[in-house]
Design a protein around this ligand. Structure first.
Ligand code: ADP
Ligand code: MG
Length: 416
């Protein structure tokens, strides 16, 4: 993509004038803690510098005019705040409309519609949460357009004296509203990690999040001479169609059995030691393997954070490798493309760890690679992948960026 000026693009589509504002929300990559989020466990994502941009202007009526530069052919999609068709839309606009619907459902009625333009540089459908990015982006736009104060609670700004209900919504609330929209409007049964991560991310930190109670801490990503390299397999996965819901149901079945032996509310309430003591209650090998992945992965995630805190990158990498093995053999959500990318990555010089990230069945891997080995890594893994799979993978040396925020669009913000 060449350099683009978002304001010019907006004016080109919707005309000049009025109060035009800009917003950004990143994508995210989960470093470790996969399939723990709907089991009440830990996850460890960070925000990316890749993300989704929105330029918006409030209208005087209830209409919505929506344009995505990533879906040029769809042109400007027209709708209104009175046309929510929950669960039936199959257009990119179901994400922003779902969030508007969710605002209303949660008791924040919207009065006016919007003209808005969207542009994103996160590969779609690759497990880097472009959908959550678009949802949270819509949420911060709605909040900002319906209030007068700074949206950014990370700056410690107190919004409590506002009379406007929407104005009192926090970034965490927006994350929850985004998840609600994705669950109920879009129809994808995702956990809270994605929306939370893209809302709350912080430059050069990862978020150690307990999905059970949303307590979290920022952990500095001090990788020294190493970088995070994301590889998109370019094998498309669709979360709604995938085995994601099947895995959820298997986890629920395993939990119900374990609950007959121990009083817990989710799989991740169990430690590895607890699990080993009572696992014989699960007779079915598949359910047993699913539960084992979740409980061990939760423990690995805690250990990975400790490893990072004491600068033990090698240990962090080992835990990533073990995470992949477990996702492949016990949880069975990888597939030939992801397995090949990880296997080849792990063979390369300067790689401390590599694993699939996101929901699996395609999408991306994440690897920790030493600076001076990155070129050779890309060359070697890229070549083998193309030879064996028949199409190429895309490589991104990840920048770790801030969560959802307002941007200045007065002609100075160019996006590559
Ligand atoms: P992921 O969240 O892993 O990227 P999903 O399938 O959950 O994959 O979400 C991808 C969908 O989100 C796209 O097909 C599109 O409908 C929507 N989307 C994401 N980014 C944009 C964008 N920049 N413009 C319009 N729609 C987008
Ligand atoms: Mg998604």
């Amino acid at each position: 993509m060449n350099h683009i000026n978002l304001l010019n693009e907006f004016v080109d589509k919707f005309g000049e004038g009025g109060d035009i504002r800009g917003y950004f929300t990143p994508g995210r990559v989960n470093l470790i803690g996969e399939y723990t989020d709907f089991n009440g466990g830990y996850v460890f994502p960070c925000g990316l510098t890749m993300g989704t941009y929105m330029v918006a202007r409030k209208r005087a009526d209830r209409k919505l005019y929506m344009y995505s530069m990533n879906f040029e052919k769809k042109g400007v999609v027209q709708s209104s705040l009175d046309e929510f068709v929950n669960g039936l839309e199959k257009n990119w606009t179901m994400y922003p409309k779902g969030v508007m619907w969710a605002f209303e459902e949660k008791g924040y009625p919207l009065t006016y519609g919007y003209d808005f333009l969207v542009y994103g540089n996160i590969p779609n459908g690759s497990g880097l949460s472009s959908s959550a990015s678009l949802e949270v982006l819509t949420g911060i736009m709605l909040k900002d357009m319906n209030g007068t104060k700074d949206i950014d609670s990370r700056n410690g700004i107190d919004n409590s004296d506002s009379n406007d209900d929407i104005h009192g919504i926090s970034l965490q609330d927006i994350a929850l509203i985004g998840q609600f929209a994705e669950n109920k409007y879009v129809g994808v049964n995702c956990g809270i990690m994605d929306q939370f991560a893209v809302a709350m991310a912080k430059k050069d930190y990862a978020i150690f999040l307990d999905t059970n109670n949303l307590s979290y801490k920022y952990v500095p990503l001090k990788l020294g001479k190493y970088k995070i390299v994301i590889i998109s397999s370019n094998k498309k996965r669709s979360l709604a169609d995938s085995k994601y819901n099947e895995r959820r149901s298997e986890c629920e079945q395993a939990l119900a059995l374990l609950q007959t032996r121990k009083k817990v509310s989710c799989l991740c309430d169990l430690t590895v030691a607890d699990f080993n003591e009572i696992q014989d209650v699960i007779a079915d090998d598949i359910l047993l393997a699913r539960a084992k992945h979740v409980i061990y992965e939760n423990e690995r995630t805690k250990n990975a954070v400790t490893a990072l805190e004491i600068n033990d990158i090698v240990e962090f990498g080992k835990l990533m490798n073990e995470s992949h093995r477990s996702l492949r053999d016990d949880f069975e959500v990888t597939g030939v493309e992801l397995d090949l990318l990880v296997q080849e990555a792990q063979k390369c010089e300067g790689v401390v760890g590599s694993r699939m990230t996101g929901a699996g069945f395609g999408g991306c891997t994440v690897s920790i690679v030493r600076d001076d080995c990155i070129d050779a890594f890309i060359e070697q893994v890229g070549k083998t992948y193309e030879e064996e799979i028949g199409y190429s993978a895309d490589f991104y040396v990840a920048g770790v960026g801030d969560g959802a925020h307002k941007i200045d669009i007065d002609g100075v913000n160019y996006v590559e």
